[in-house]
Design a protein around this ligand. Structure first.
Ligand code: SF4
Length: 473
């Protein structure tokens, strides 16, 4: 998952992009980057590994002048966690500087990469986004819009993009619309961002969310609607509402907070826990779900687990070596709330089960008499190929175990998963507009066969990049 932003027609655009990225930090903590364009069309970029505030000390932002800027926060779903894969990508091709921020995953990136390499393309990263850059740059079409369209005609999967060619900025959502993109107005200029929380922080006014297949060009203070991409059935990622987006955001036309409360209410209807003393959340993503569960069940809402906010989100840290240690660092139980009680613990989802196992053991050591685990989404039975880092089939606990086996492994007294129908109902899906492939196995595209090829290349890629990238017109 990634966070993307674009600002056009506003002085010190890079500073606003920086603030927006700050609000989108939850969408990716591995790397951050900004490319800014000045009035002469000169592009300057800075990318680095780490959090937004670490990558951008004030001095660096001052070196990114201009009224147009795009930014990116990344965590790896395609390609490994190295600087070469940080975005925005910035290249200089025959039409001028091209900068690109991508949220999503291309499902046919490996095949396209092989074809491009055979034709002489040289890749500097293992990220699928660079495939798009090559396809645009190699297009024989005349105008930038034709080149983009030409490139998009060859890719499959999830791509929500903010890109600049010359001084024009484009916002694009793939025809299935897996990932969100907002269009907003700010002091006569324009902003594109993954979530509305990034608009709030800079005082931008939401104009609308781009629909699946929609793309716009922003130039000289105007937003131009370009012809729709060839239509597909919408596949909004339901996991954006369950876990990924911030609760203070509105995505896919739905308040994330309200959707999560309703998920909690629905969970209480489907899996009540009669006789329990209280309910609490695994903070923070399940907070609103526990609130909904409490409202529906009448159980007292408590704070039974305290989260250390100076530790990254477990789910989006790449690699699993330090995952168990991170659980202990991240959460601590409130013994006075838990001791001698029958407790309901609400979490948003269960992926590998490692975090939950550690948490259950923790609350039992804190004296819980009974532990009833409630999950506000169905069992995850398959990986995501559209931009969320759910692991392989082998690592997914629900892909390899029955609910009863999972209950026993976690050591809880009862375990309840929300039903698929309950999840979709709570998220307001009356028209079948959501992707639920990781829960149902119904993938809306052909799924990639050889994801390993790209990661193999990481082992051999020589990183000569500093964290500064420049392109001159
Ligand atoms: S597979 Fe799951 S996580 Fe991926 S886009 Fe679909 S619903 Fe979202």
């Amino acid at each position: 998952m990634c966070g993307i932003i674009g600002v056009a027609g506003v002085t010190h655009a890079a500073e606003l992009a920086y603030l927006g990225l700050y609000a989108l930090q939850h969408r990716g903590q591995e790397s951050a980057g900004i490319v800014a364009l000045d009035a002469a069309g000169r592009a300057r970029g800075h990318r680095g590994m780490g959090l937004v505030q670490e990558v951008f000390p004030p001095k660096v932002l001052q070196e990114l002048p201009g009224e147009t800027a795009i930014g990116h926060t990344r965590y790896s779903t395609s390609g490994s966690s190295v600087l070469a894969n940080a975005q925005p990508s910035l290249v200089h091709y025959h039409t001028g500087p091209l900068a690109l921020s991508h949220n999503g995953n291309l499902t046919n990136a490996v095949q396209l990469r092989e074809q491009l390499i055979c034709k002489g393309s040289i890749f500097q990263s293992s990220s699928d986004s660079e495939v798009l850059v090559h396809l645009i740059a190699r297009s024989r079409k005349k105008t930038p819009e034709e080149q983009i369209l030409d490139a998009l005609g060859r890719v499959e999967g999830a791509y929500t993009l903010v890109l600049t060619i010359g001084t024009a900025m484009y916002g694009i959502v793939d025809p299935r619309g897996f990932r969100p993109l907002m269009l907003a107005e700010l002091n006569g200029g324009w902003v594109l961002a993954s979530e509305t929380c990034a608009l709030d922080i800079i005082g931008a006014r939401l104009v609308r969310e781009l629909l699946p297949g929609e793309w716009v060009k922003i130039e000289n203070g105007r937003v131009i609607d370009l012809p729709q991409l060839p239509p597909q059935r919408p596949q909004r990622c339901v996991f954006e509402l369950i876990y990924f987006s911030r609760p203070d955001s509105v995505v896919f036309g739905t308040s994330v907070d309200l959707a999560r409360r309703e998920l909690g209410r629905q969970l209480a209807r489907e899996h009540p826990a009669p006789g329990a003393d209280c309910v609490f959340a695994v903070p923070d993503s399940a907070n609103a779900m526990a609130l909904g569960f409490s409202e529906e069940s009448g159980l007292k809402l408590e704070h039974g687990l305290i989260r250390n906010h100076y530790v990254g989100r477990t789910f989006i840290n790449p690699g699993s070596a330090s995952r168990t240690t991170k659980v202990r660092i991240k959460f601590n139980p409130v013994r006075e709330v838990i001791e001698g009680k029958s407790i309901v613990v609400v979490d948003d989802s269960l992926v590998r089960g490692t975090t939950s196992k550690g948490l259950v053991s923790m609350v039992k050591h804190a004296g819980a008499r009974e532990v009833h685990l409630r999950l506000a989404s169905p069992p995850i039975i398959g990986p995501c190929y559209y931009g969320i880092d759910t692991p392989t089939y082998e690592e997914l606990i629900a892909a390899n175990n029955t609910v009863e086996e999972i209950r026993a492994q976690l050591g809880v007294d009862t375990l309840g998963y929300l039903s698929p129908a309950g999840m979709l109902h709570a998220c307001g899906d009356s028209e079948g507009r959501f992707c639920h492939a990781c829960f149902s196995g119904n993938y809306p595209t052909a799924i990639p066969k050889r994801r390993a090829a790209a990661s193999e290349q990481d082992e051999t890629t020589t990183i000569t990049d500093t964290n500064l990238v420049h392109a001159n017109q």
